[in-house]
Design a protein. Structure first.
Lengths: 264, 278
């Protein structure tokens, strides 16, 4: 594969917690993503997906390996990237509005503009009326939507999404998936999307990366040749189910020997 | 602090009754009143010799003594002196402890540099510094301020450090990912996150600061404060006046703790309220 827009080569990372056995989360992990591509990562729980996103985000330094985005080496966080965190990571002392305004605030955008831009995304994720609520006053799914809005509002080139829809009900999830696809196409973003839901991965992605169990490596990569725009009906076509089954079979071997949540 | 661990409990929106909102105040004040009443009437059940009576004072005597202090114009200058020393010492301690605590909590180097020093001084009874302080700063306001400062510094410093060290790693990472500088990290996450620690440090510091004022004045730190009035009164067996001083210090501590609680409430708006339990 030629050098990608997002390029990670031979990434190794071993956690060495004090008084515990070292854990190798990533071993010789390679990823190449083209500009404006939508790539999903699936793999057993604990295989190193979140760790990889943290590395790409510039929060965690790998032991070795080369990562670059748009030809620029990744060495610390940057404004070209934003992450939707698996554990939401909302500041509990800030209202919904001020949580969403975090990125723009740190970019030095004045309060009034921040609010305006924030409002648009608050509406988009269906949280209007909750602008002045604190995180503890929200449900899990609502918190997750705040996290999504916060990442989108800072308008990054690269969106890293760590199981962003895991806490949503089926209907909201459908709406958010459609919104995400719309934003991805309109705003020309590159998306790296971690999920445990095979159906979601097939529905959204250009390609799906299947990881092995820990230490995480690329087991295989599956192209999703379904036409876009994709509608809900596509999910019941034989091609769609064929792709789901292939991913499911690849994952099965990894899960069997370890156990972990894989749903379809 | 009491709400800190209630995050797993849901918030119920209910209108509170008069009793529910004022319960702590009613119970707290009620108990004090009870103690004062008992203090007044219990001694009358015993017969005491004239000599014994010299060592006791009833609440009425104590409040008369406070009234006399006010009437003679002695109270205000003394109160002003003691509270100025208190305020200046505490303010200096806050200004010094917060940045140093954040620095020690955030930087391994700073921690390694200061930690043994802080631990050593904190383990030393502060009383041993008193003669030195009086030699260095003389008798007067400065010495009292220094004693208050040293007393208040350590609880604030140690609590701030503890709070900063326990700041949420995930939240720090979140703001870092949006390009936060070290200063932003402290402003957006570390300080709000360690506020409960800082406030309980402040509570301890107020106690130590009041103690500092009394002790410094007792041992000749000044000739003007409430503590001095108490020392002079006790050497002439004016027990009512000693109690009067004590009551004044207690009232001061109560007011200050009330202020801290108000600050705490102001900063705790984002915390979940405790829901009703079965
Ligand atoms: N800070 C850390 N210290 C020590 N070990 C860690 C740390 N973070 C992650 N690990 C370990 O690294 C491995 C990979 O973790 P990671 O969070 O990347 O998994 P994941 O693929 O995202 O799993 P899930 O699908 O359950 O979210 C796990 O075994 C985990 O225990
Ligand atoms: Mg994860």
């Amino acid at each position: 594969m030629t050098a990608g827009y997002i390029q990670a080569k031979n990434v190794n990372l071993t956690f060495t917690p004090p008084n515990r056995a070292p854990v190798t989360a990533l071993q010789e992990f390679d990823v190449a993503v083209a500009e404006r591509e939508f790539v999903s990562i699936v793999g057993p729980s604990g295989c190193g997906k979140s760790t990889f996103l943290n590395v790409l985000l510039g929060l965690v330094k790998p032991d070795s390996g080369e990562m670059s985005i748009h030809g620029k080496r990744v060495a610390g966080p940057g404004r070209d990237r934003a992450m939707v965190f698996q554990e939401f990571g909302l500041l509990p002392w800030r209202t919904v509005e001020d949580n969403i305004g975090l990125g723009p605030e740190l970019q030095g955008i004045p309060k009034k503009q921040r609010r305006e831009r924030g409002r648009h995304f608050i509406d988009m994720v269906g949280l209007s009326g909750f602008e002045h609520h604190f995180p503890h006053e929200l449900s899990g799914g609502m918190k997750q939507r705040v996290g999504i809005a916060r990442a989108l509002v800072s308008d990054p080139d690269v969106l890293l999404m760590d199981e962003p829809f895991a806490a949503l009900d089926a209907q909201t999830r459908d709406i958010m998936q459609a919104e995400l696809l719309r934003i991805w196409q309109e705003a020309k973003k590159t998306v790296l999307f971690v999920t445990h839901q095979i159906e979601e991965a097939v529905y959204l992605s250009d390609r799906v990366i299947i990881m092995t169990k820990r230490p995480g490596r690329t087991k295989s990569i599956l192209k999703i040749p379904l036409a876009r725009p994709r509608g809900y009906e596509m999910r019941v076509t034989p091609e769609f189910n064929e792709l789901k089954l292939r991913i499911w079979n690849e994952l099965k071997d990894e899960i069997d020997s370890q156990g972990g949540p894989v749903r379809d | 602090m009491s709400n800190r661990h209630a995050s797993n409990e849901t918030t119920a929106v209910t209108r509170k009754t008069f009793w529910e909102t004022n319960e702590p105040l009613i119970l707290g004040v009620g108990f004090i009143v009870l103690v004062i009443v008992l203090w007044q009437i219990v001694p009358s059940f015993f017969t005491m010799s004239k000599g014994m009576k010299l060592f006791f004072a009833t609440p009425t005597m104590v409040f008369t003594a406070i009234g006399d202090l006010i009437a003679s114009g002695k109270l205000w200058p003394a109160l002003r002196f003691s509270s100025s020393a208190f305020a200046a010492g505490l303010a200096l301690a806050i200004v010094a402890a917060l940045p140093l605590g954040v620095l020690m909590g955030r930087s391994r180097l700073m921690n390694e540099l200061f930690d043994p020093f802080v631990t050593a001084i904190n383990a030393t009874p502060r009383l041993v510094f008193l003669p030195l302080i009086i030699i260095w700063f003389g008798i007067g306001m400065t010495s009292v301020i220094v004693v208050v400062f040293i007393g208040a510094l350590f609880p604030l410093l140690i609590n701030t450090y503890e709070g900063v060290k326990n700041a949420d790693r995930l939240l720090i990472n979140v703001v870092r990912s949006y390009g936060a500088s070290e200063w932003d990290i402290n402003r957006l996450v570390v300080i709000p996150n360690s506020l409960p620690y800082i406030i309980s440090g402040l509570r301890l510091a107020i106690g130590r600061a009041v103690l500092g004022v009394v002790v410094a004045e007792f041992f000749g730190g000044s000739a003007k404060g409430i503590g001095v009035i108490m020392v002079q009164a006790s050497s002439s067996f004016q027990v009512d006046l000693v109690f009067a001083g004590l009551i004044i210090f207690m009232a001061l501590s109560l007011v200050l703790t009330g202020i801290v609680r108000a600050i705490e409430t102001r900063f705790n708006r984002w915390r979940p309220e405790k829901a009703k339990t079965f």
